[in-house]
Design a protein around this ligand. Structure first.
Ligand SMILES: Cc1cc2nc3c(=O)[nH]c(=O)nc-3n(C[C@H](O)[C@H](O)[C@H](O)COP(=O)(O)OP(=O)(O)OC[C@H]3O[C@@H](n4cnc5c(N)ncnc54)[C@H](O)[C@@H]3O)c2cc1C
Length: 416
């Protein structure tokens, strides 16, 4: 597709949609971004902020599958399924189980590693253009363990990371304390990922990038998309609550809400949502110099410009069920034990919908049915990390450039 007057509309102004819009704009296209709320008001608003370039292990693994029954019976476990939602989730769980077979785990890891290889460099391009480097810190992050058993069990993941050339530093308890004096004496081990990064405000990051998009002539429209059609002349017609919108090409980047419209375009996908929670502590009363993941409990404490954020947990309950903030409060209880001097006064709570496919891979690429329809969604726990590289790959596809990454593993029809 030649730039010039070609008009591309990106649906969804989360971190993924904004990154797609920026890379398309850099190629010279006229770009419009449509969102029902505004930039970064969906899942991208409240994540843990980690640019987790070390993350190459999919969620569906034999070890995680073995943990599921125990977690289901424990309301305080990092994973929870609302019983009422279980019948609707069963087809997704079945596929998740299939994705835990060794060859499928190896394929997903390889595909994740390929994206991760370009993740931080692609961010560099966007941050430099927007002069937003101050929002991202490159100090790495730390995973700590109370139990030697969990630390040893996670060795498989560390071996996989080293296999892909990722730097992993195993720390003794004294080395952990040196970096995190506020941590509980129950912590026994640590692992440092020195080459990963984090943002001190994920919400502001999306907003700053969206402002940059507008500064360079991009149009931002606030409207809820209800339907979408490709006319015989290959124009795309988008029906919104603010009227019809016509465009030459469209990128569907609606995060967890992408499934209905992708099906409408002839490409149904097993997309569900892993809901996650955060608690924001404006005056934590302790100094945490870099993000810390509690490996036994699967949540993260990230130092942000407006306080300390505790984030994590997975809840399967669908897109429409009201939040259960009890899940967020579990994070406070756990964190108070692990960070004994933590202050939680004035805290706020948030819930976001991670867009998740059973194989832990996003959908990135062109529709098999329409040459001017592109998909960029389903980034599960890694949407912040992989947004920029996704934007770059979508721009390559639109421009007809050969990408350095083979897009076959991310195609939308891989489950059919
Ligand atoms: C607790 C938690 C912690 C996390 N931590 C991390 C982390 O540390 N690192 C990381 O990489 N990832 C993390 N994630 C995952 C990450 O936040 C998501 O993968 C990412 O935000 C998804 O981005 P997105 O742009 O695809 O979706 P969203 O940010 O959800 O954007 C989708 C947009 O589409 C809009 N929209 C939806 N439907 C319509 C419609 N019909 N019409 C118009 N607009 C519509 C919404 O308003 C929204 O703005 C975390 C997630 C959670 C919940």
């Amino acid at each position: 597709m030649k730039p010039g007057h070609h008009h591309i509309t990106v649906l969804g102004a989360g971190i993924v949609g904004v990154a797609c819009a920026l890379f398309l704009q850099r190629d010279g296209y006229r770009v419009t971004l449509i969102d029902r709320l505004g930039p970064g008001e969906g899942c991208s608003r409240g994540n843990a902020g980690i640019l987790a370039a070390e993350h190459v292990m999919p969620l569906a693994t034999p070890r995680n599958i073995r943990k599921v029954p125990g977690m289901l019976l424990d309301p305080h476990a990092p994973l929870h399924i609302r019983w009422r939602y279980l019948p609707r989730l069963l087809p997704w769980l079945w596929r998740f189980w299939l994705c835990a077979r060794p060859h499928a785990v190896a394929a997903s890891s390889q595909a994740l590693a390929a994206l991760q290889g370009g993740a931080l460099t692609a961010y560099g391009t966007l941050l430099e253009q927007a002069r937003a480097h101050q929002l991202v810190r490159t100090d790495g992050w730390l995973c700590v363990y109370e139990s030697e058993k969990e630390f040893v069990a996670d060795r498989i993941e560390r071996e996989l990371q080293r296999h892909y050339g990722i730097r992993v530093e195993e720390l003794t308890v004294d080395e952990v304390r040196e970096r995190l004096p506020a941590i509980s004496r129950s912590i026994q081990r640590g692992v440092l990922y020195p080459d990963s990064a984090y943002t001190i405000n994920p919400h502001r990051l999306v907003q700053v990038l969206a402002e940059d998009f507008q500064r360079h002539g991009g149009i931002m429209q606030r409207a809820a998309v209800n339907n979408i059609d490709v006319t015989p002349g290959q124009r795309v017609r988008i029906l919104t609550d603010a009227g019809a919108h016509e465009t030459d090409s469209v990128v569907l980047a609606l995060g967890a809400w992408s499934g209905r419209l992708s099906a409408r375009l002839g490409s149904p996908v097993p997309l569900d949502t892993e809901r996650g929670y955060h608690v924001m502590l404006p005056r934590p009363g302790i100094d945490i110099s870099l993000p810390v993941m509690f490996g036994d409990h699967k949540f993260i404490a990230t130092p942000m410009e407006h306080g300390l954020r505790l984030a994590g947990t997975v809840e399967f309950a669908g897109l429409d069920a009201p939040p259960n903030y009890e899940r967020a409060r579990i994070l406070i209880t756990r964190a108070r034990r692990l960070l004994p001097r933590l202050q939680v006064q004035g805290h706020s709570e948030w819930m976001g919908c991670r867009p998740s496919l059973p194989d832990s891979l996003p959908v990135i690429g062109r529709s098999p049915h329409y040459r001017n329809v592109y998909f960029a969604f389903g980034h599960q726990h890694l949407g912040l990390t992989l947004a920029a590289v996704t934007g770059r790959l979508i721009a390559d596809q639109v421009a007809g450039r050969t990408s350095d990454i083979d897009l076959t593993p991310y195609r939308i029809d891989r489950f059919s």
